[in-house]
Design a protein around this ligand. Structure first.
Ligand code: CMP
Length: 391
């Protein structure tokens, strides 16, 4: 069976309730499909008009009145606020796999009035409440996903047409109180999460819900070796210069544990060993870091391939809100997972000082620099669609 592309749209309400991590974890663990792109939208009136016209279809297993309720919901809740003109955030997750549309849709589930169950995403995160007369009193679908491969194609093509104008890093979609100055920060859900249990990237995102920040941009990226070198450039000097004492002490331990070298090593010699080998050790750690993030260190990568996308997936997320930098660093925990307190991402998911689950910018300036390298605004949707379906 050919590989299919299936999309899931996370509603503005699910996003504002920080349900994204839970939703993503379910999709990753239960659909058996690969996440191939993510894109944040702030859809304009035109996109929502066209999209809502495509919602009621004969191929949808939900009854017509449910589909009409869904269409009206999209017109009300996805389109820009009619009072303020403010656009809302909608997150697109794109999956690829055999029979992806059917699989993804079965994880999403169908909407039915008065039916309460938690076995699907809509069952857990959505609501469809009617009164005794059958009138809908509360409706929240949590996510939208196409029922058939044909519909998935049509709707994906539509969203792709607006991807450049309506997608990217969203600004002005949050109404802050007048005295707040929001910050922007960048989080990377690192490659180790994509190798471990399937749902891990979603679980890591779910930890960030504690910050109460707003997700305003996201991109599934494969960092090139050049990008990893640039991103971690400031760490390189620190690793080369700050590990001398540690390396000197390690040298003493290694040498004195060997019977031939178990003689007295004066502190000055330990310090000289640290000065001699510390920078080399730091450089070795930096190489490991670049390889971990992109797949190849600078030495392993031919110059002509430095800018090519690497082999390691990484989920870049832009968070916005008051004190965004400090809040993300707080929930992340210190660099070394062994030092991280309970309840932090690195304590929960990190394995070592290198393989430490996630990154978060350490200042607003660093966030700006790192965002410029990772480019979460870049339009991968159109690229992925044309690589799978042709132009
Ligand atoms: P991160 O928060 O992404 O920013 C810098 C990264 O460098 C850090 O996480 C670690 O992955 C890595 N790093 C920092 N210190 C060390 C170290 N002493 N040894 C190996 N890697 C390190």
């Amino acid at each position: 069976m050919a590989l299919e592309l299936a999309y899931v749209l996370v509603t503005p309400y699910s996003l504002s309730k920080s349900r994204t991590g839970g939703i993503l974890a379910r999709l990753l663990t239960r659909s058996g499909c690969d996440l191939v792109a993510t894109r944040m939208f702030a859809p304009g009136a035109e996109l929502i008009r066209e999209y809502s016209e495509q919602i009621v279809t004969a191929s949808d297993p939900q009854d017509r009145s449910t589909q009409e309720t869904l269409r009206d919901y999209v017109r009300r809740q996805f389109a820009p606020d009619t009072r303020t003109g403010r656009r809302r955030r909608v997150l697109m997750l794109l999956f690829q796999g055999e029979d992806a549309v059917r699989r993804v849709r079965s994880v999403v589930g169908n909407l039915a009035p008065r039916f309460v169950s938690g076995d699907t995403i809509r069952g857990t995160f959505g609501d469809y409440v009617t009164n005794a007369d059958g009138d809908v009193t509360y409706f929240e679908p949590a996510v939208l996903a196409a029922p058939t491969a044909e519909e998935a194609q049509t709707k994906l093509r539509l969203w792709a047409r607006y991807s450049n104008s309506d997608g990217g890093i969203i600004s002005d979609s949050i109404a802050y109180p007048p005295d707040t100055t929001p910050q922007r920060t960048l989080v990377l859900v690192k490659p180790d999460n994509f190798r471990a249990a399937a749902g891990r990237p979603g679980s890591v995102l779910d930890f960030f819900s504690r910050t109460g920040l707003y997700l305003t941009g996201t991109r599934l990226i494969h960092l090139s070796t050049a990008q990893a070198l640039q991103f971690y450039g400031p760490v390189r000097d620190a690793l080369r210069t700050r590990l001398n004492t540690f390396v000197g002490a390690e040298c003493r331990k290694i040498l004195t544990s060997h019977p031939e070298f178990a003689f007295n090593l004066p502190p000055t010699v330990e310090s000289q060993l640290g000065q001699l080998l510390g920078p080399l050790y730091g450089e070795h750690r930096f190489e490991n870091l670049v390889r971990f993030m992109s797949g190849r260190s600078e030495r392993e990568c031919p110059v002509a391939e430095l800018d090519q996308p690497g082999t390691e997936p990484c989920l870049a997320v832009v968070y916005e809100g008051p004190d965004a930098v400090a809040k993300c660093r707080d929930v992340l925990g210190p660099t070394d997972p062994g030092q991280a307190p309970r309840g932090t991402i690195r304590r929960e998911f990190g394995s070592s000082i290198l393989v430490n689950a996630a990154h978060a910018s350490d200042s607003v300036e660093a966030a700006r620099r790192e965002i410029a390298i990772v480019r979460p605004e870049e339009d991968d949707l159109v690229r992925v669609l044309s690589s799978v379906w042709g132009a």
